[in-house]
Design a protein around this ligand. Structure first.
Ligand SMILES: NC(=O)c1ccc[n+]([C@@H]2O[C@H](COP(=O)([O-])OP(=O)(O)OC[C@H]3O[C@@H](n4cnc5c(N)ncnc54)[C@H](O)[C@@H]3O)[C@@H](O)[C@H]2O)c1
Length: 249
């Protein structure tokens, strides 16, 4: 019961890492606010969790939309009167090398991956300040730390999240609000399915990881659970690597 009575809002919650968090947090007695741009996935997940005795509300939310954030936070407060935890988990991936990247695509990736987290942070900080507590968790990526032969916008968007995390932590510490980032390496989800679709590229990805394999969504959900719970009450502004040792070498 590590999240007993905590209201936890998760963006992109219908995706693989998001739904792993939802299922895990429901078992820990959280009241879940499942949000996603893909309504069918979120509704299905909320139904599944409710059927199994958990507590889940689905709210439509495109994280890049200011008005969606206002509506989603209002709906959450109307229902639960508080928000204890926000996980900025929604994201899109891209692998275009910088030389071939379009300005429109760059804007879109940053708009969802980093501006989305900024809008969410700004929207929940006020109700959290009133409660004098809260935990905000941003899901970054090892691409924020190291370069790669593909991509650019994605890594840049995740690097912005790391800075957002530290600024949020410093500006809200006096209000009892903590902000932390998790930094996953390659995790076996829809997002990277194309990258690892043939055995050769899968083997290459695995060979780069000291633990010798890709991570599973639940292996990212557990560190997020720790940061969401009161067990991490003295942890703020931190970056928790969840990468099988990828960036330790
Ligand atoms: N899979 C990996 O290897 C990996 C590695 C590092 C970080 N991450 C990060 O983990 C997070 C979860 O990714 P995942 O692997 O579960 O991918 P996923 O594609 O399964 O899930 C992403 C979710 O985000 C949602 N989403 C996309 N655009 C949105 C928007 N504008 N508003 C709201 N929701 C939106 C999608 O509908 C989807 O449900 C992402 O932030 C991703 O960047 C993933």
């Amino acid at each position: 019961m590590r999240l007993l009575d905590k209201v936890v809002m998760i963006t992109g919650a219908g995706g693989d890492i998001g739904s792993a968090q939802c299922r895990l947090f429901a078992k820990e007695q959280a009241k879940l606010v499942i949000t996603d741009i893909k309504r069918h996935r979120g509704v299905k997940l909320a139904d599944e969790i409710s059927r199994e005795g958990g507590f889940a509300l689905f709210v439509d939310l495109d994280v890049s939309s200011e008005s969606d954030w206002e509506a989603a936070v209002s709906a959450t407060l109307e229902r639960f009167r508080k928000i204890d935890v926000l996980v900025n988990n929604a994201g899109i991936y891209n692998t275009e090398p910088i030389q071939d990247e379009t300005a429109e695509n760059w804007d879109q990736v940053l708009s969802i991956n980093s501006k989305g987290a900024f809008l969410g942070t700004r929207a929940v900080v006020e109700p959290m300040r009133l409660m004098k507590r809260g935990s905000i968790i941003n899901v970054a990526s090892t691409t924020a730390l190291v370069g790669s032969c593909r991509g650019g916008a994605y890594g840049a968007s995740k690097a912005a999240l790391l800075s957002l995390t530290k600024h949020t932590a410093i500006q809200n510490a006096e209000y009892g609000i903590r902000a932390n980032a998790v930094i996953p390496g390659p995790i076996e989800t829809d997002m990277i399915a194309e990258n690892i679709s043939d055995p050769k590229s899968r083997a290459l990805s695995e060979s780069r990881v000291p633990l010798g394999r890709l991570g599973a969504p639940l292996e990212v959900a557990y560190p997020i659970l720790y940061l969401a719970s009161d067990e991490s009450s003295y942890v703020t502004g931190a970056e928790l690597l969840v990468d099988g040792g990828l960036t330790a070498q």
